[in-house]
Design a protein around this ligand. Structure first.
Ligand SMILES: [Zn+2]
Length: 68
């Protein structure tokens, strides 16, 4: 289960083997070693990293499944 680090939405679409897309806030997520990288898709189609906006703990996959 992937939860968007930005909006906490669970409406995550899969767009690649380890790439996902948040349908709620329209950001792209990629997963590596249980850490989620967050990218914003710019108008020209390029990606800019949003990782600096999040704590590393916010970007870790919720493998414990402690739903609130
Ligand atoms: Zn989101």
């Amino acid at each position: 289960m992937i939860i968007c680090p930005n909006c906490r939405s669970k409406e995550i679409g899969k767009i690649g083997s380890s790439q996902f897309y948040c349908w709620n806030c329209f950001i792209e997520l990629s997963v590596s070693k249980n850490l989620i990288s967050v990218h914003q898709v710019e108008e020209d189609g390029s990606l800019s990293s949003l990782n600096d906006l999040f704590e590393e703990t916010d970007r870790q996959m919720d493998i414990a499944g402690n739903d609130s």
